[in-house]
Design a binder for this molecule. Structure first.
Ligand SMILES: NC(=O)c1ccc[n+]([C@@H]2O[C@H](COP(=O)([O-])OP(=O)(O)OC[C@H]3O[C@@H](n4cnc5c(N)ncnc54)[C@H](O)[C@@H]3O)[C@@H](O)[C@H]2O)c1
Length: 355
């Protein structure tokens, strides 16, 4: 599989850790840092050591895992460690982890000393097919996700399915939601093909196709003026429900689980307001519910979820914008809906659970 060319950088697949070695050998960074979390230190750093045994001149900055730590306090910790370890403008930060690490590390690097180089080594399925490609970096502020951040491209992305072997099934299924989304918004054949793959052992070819789809969108529209908004399918409602769940549930939804729910609600909205056929709607609901867990989404939570949705940074002048399907494999954007219409989709979701 040839590297995919993005906005000024390459995404490496086959034997990508050999490509990482070559990348480091042919560059002359004054210092190299790895940003990890406790889990990727344990499971992923040893793989780097296996492929690059001669790499010994680096420092490790390790943070606690989890979305709740993707915030300014942890970011200050990263900046402080870079300072303490003597990072200069010619330093490289290697983000080794899931989307929390690639987002926060990208943000820390893009702002430290007005920007140092960074590369992404995504280690979850979600970060491989989504978070590590496209140049969005960021952190959460309070309960508002990704509200602080930059558009900054990495110097390279290295994807290896070897990292996925230590991920839990729940995390793999969560990441799979973005693969489903890519099929739904851009490639009908791919949407049907992925139904035959083993989610707990996803083939590199499926990850490659997903990155191709995302990359086509983000290279066409790097700053989300138009086409890139299609990547938000399932996310307007999904993000708000994810935020609600993080605040209220003892075992909160994972990102992809919330996006799965969001894709069902937004498919309903696509049917009502954007011409998605009833057969397509039924097919999407059938498939998503066969893969992802249902969520008990109480009517008493609707107002909180609506509030989170109103805070979404993609809204303009208080209007809630959606990307909605026209058919499986085709998506439109800039469709603005009213609160009552959105709540109808929550009721529809709940009615499915009672059938
Ligand atoms: N920038 C973007 O375009 C973009 C796109 C989608 C999602 N995101 C962001 O990505 C984040 C979610 O990413 P995620 O699902 O990867 O979550 P995550 O980074 O929290 O990783 C999930 C868990 O898996 C652990 N882990 C990571 N790699 C592992 C491995 N190989 N083996 C064992 N455990 C491992 C982590 O420590 C963590 O506990 C969210 O913050 C979301 O906003 C960003």
């Amino acid at each position: 599989m040839l590297p995919i060319q993005s906005n000024g950088y390459s995404v490496f697949f086959d034997n990508s850790l050999a490509s990482l070695k070559e990348f480091l050998n042919t560059s002359d960074y004054s210092k190299v840092f790895f940003l990890t979390d406790l889990n990727t230190s344990e499971h992923c750093l040893p793989l780097i050591g296996k492929y690059l045994p001669e790499l010994d001149n680096y420092d490790i900055i390790e943070v606690d895992p989890g979305e709740e730590n993707k915030n300014i306090d942890y970011c200050i910790g990263v900046w402080q460690m870079l300072l303490d370890f003597g990072a200069d403008r010619n330093s490289l930060l290697i983000n080794l982890g899931g989307g929390v690490i690639t987002d926060m590390g990208g943000f820390a690097a893009s702002t430290f000393k007005r920007g140092i180089d960074f590369i992404q080594i995504p280690t979850t399925l979600l970060s491989q097919v989504d978070a590590s490609v496209g140049g969005k970096t960021g952190i959460d502020l309070g309960s508002i996700k990704n509200i602080i951040g930059t558009f900054t491209q990495p110097k390279a992305v290295f994807i290896s399915t070897e990292f996925l072997k230590t991920l839990s099934k729940r995390q793999l299924v969560s990441g799979f939601a973005e693969i489903v989304k890519h099929g739904l918004i851009a490639d009908k054949d791919y949407y049907y093909q992925i139904q035959n793959i083993d989610i707990v052992d996803p083939p590199a070819e499926a990850i490659y196709r997903s990155v191709e789809i995302k990359n086509h969108v983000v290279t066409t529209d790097p700053f989300e003026k138009g086409l890139r908004k299609t990547l938000n399918f399932g996310h307007t409602i999904g993000h708000a429900v994810e935020t609600y769940s993080l605040k209220n549930d003892s075992d909160p939804l994972l990102h992809g689980e919330a996006i799965a729910l969001g894709m069902i609600c937004e498919s309903f909205l696509s049917h009502k307001h954007n011409g998605l056929g009833e057969e397509d709607l039924k097919e999407i609901i059938r498939y998503i519910r066969s893969v992802f867990p249902d969520y008990s989404f109480k009517p008493s939570s609707y107002s909180d979820v609506m509030e989170f949705m109103k805070n979404d940074k993609k809204n303009i002048s208080g209007n809630i914008g959606f990307a909605l399907l026209k058919e499986i494999g085709q998506c439109d954007y800039n469709i603005y809906l009213e609160e009552t219409q959105i709540i109808e989709s929550f009721n529809y979701y709940n009615s499915l659970l009672n059938q």
